[in-house]
Design a protein around this ligand. Structure first.
Ligand code: FE2
Length: 242
């Protein structure tokens, strides 16, 4: 099986279109989406519709749940909370109904798909340090767990002896005796100081995973954020990637 894994679109239609175009150019038929389709950006409806039509499987993210009122936005920073309020007002009922359909985790063959972390996905834990990743391996049984949420692409493996480390190669091979947690990065709001859209390709035939970075029309996405009356800082950060 070959699949593209996308995450954290955050209503950025320009970035989503660029990513889907790139996936199709590579003739990859399956797209799995790890959630946070909405929040921050100006095109929630278009992103929900495009993700819905192009993705074989979608799991929910914390911004999707916050839009539905299923996650308390008092834990969000003020800018994120304001964007959720805007998203609630500007998302069609039919699209809200789509967001309601998504589960917190899905399994496909030897892959687990979850937005934040396999242990209690509804807690929306962030995985940053090696220790954060290491603690998660006992909470899933699949060979590979794909996550998003931090908007920072990274990959960690654990071998049969429990030795755990970050992977520095891209692409990297899938070794049978190892298990992996892979953060695919963010399509619509990267935060690793690289403003290009990020997604991952899983190749089960060649046994490899690759993180892809793509340029997209950032000025247009920024202008839409400003025109929508969303906080300006949300436009600024698209260019800085932080
Ligand atoms: Fe996110």
């Amino acid at each position: 099986m070959k699949a593209a894994i996308i995450s954290d679109i955050h209503s950025n239609l320009e970035a989503l279109r660029a990513v889907i175009k790139n996936i199709k150019k590579r003739r990859i038929k399956r797209i799995f989406c790890l959630g946070d389709i909405v929040g921050y950006g100006a095109n929630p409806n278009e992103c929900i519709e495009l993700c819905g039509s192009e993705s074989k499987i979608i799991v929910a993210g914390n911004h999707d749940w916050a839009t539905l009122g299923k996650t308390d936005i008092s834990v969000f920073n003020p800018v994120a909370a304001e964007a959720i309020g805007w998203t609630r007002t500007n998302t069609a009922k039919s699209n809200i109904a789509h967001l309601k359909k998504y589960n917190l985790a899905e399994t496909v063959d030897t892959i687990l798909l979850v937005h934040a972390a396999p242990h209690k996905p509804e807690m929306w834990s962030y995985l940053f340090s090696l220790d954060d990743f290491k603690q998660q391996f006992e909470f899933f049984k699949e060979q590979v767990c794909f996550v998003g949420h931090s908007h920072i692409p990274s990959a960690v493996y654990q071998d049969a002896n429990g030795y755990t480390d970050f992977l520095r190669d891209n692409p990297f091979p899938l070794i049978e005796t190892r298990r992996y947690i892979v953060n695919v990065g963010s399509v619509g709001q990267p935060r690793d100081l690289d403003p290009r859209a990020s997604y991952a390709i899983y190749d089960g035939n060649k046994k490899s995973i690759e993180i892809i970075r793509l340029d997209y029309n950032i000025p247009l996405a920024q202008q839409k954020v400003i025109d929508a009356g969303l906080p300006e800082v949300l436009a600024d950060r698209l260019l800085t990637g932080r």
